[in-house]
Design a protein. Structure first.
Length: 90
């Protein structure tokens, strides 16, 4: 079942980053829209991206196509959350 509330999406993306990247609860809770991710967060390297996106797909019931993955959608926590929210609304 797809999640359709933007706050639920944000909580889910936060939980995925915490779980997949092994972030502490405090660090995950501190993520905000402007928090830089890919290129700034050492845990989120190119190998971890696939795990994060797969887990987002599973938890939100969405499908992310390979050609949709780019630096912009992974630039910040807010960008990744908005990307996921837009997929749910399709």
């Amino acid at each position: 079942m797809a999640v359709d509330n933007s706050l639920e999406v944000e909580a889910t993306v936060r939980a995925v980053l915490r779980d997949v990247l092994g972030l502490s609860a405090e660090r995950a809770d501190a993520l905000d829209d402007d928090t830089p991710l890919f290129g700034s967060m050492p845990e989120l390297d190119s190998l971890a991206v696939a795990g994060v996106l797969t887990e987002i797909e599973d938890r939100l019931g969405i499908l992310i196509e390979d050609d949709e993955v780019d630096g912009d959608m992974l630039a910040t926590f807010g960008a990744l959350t908005r990307f996921a929210t837009e997929h749910i609304r399709r």
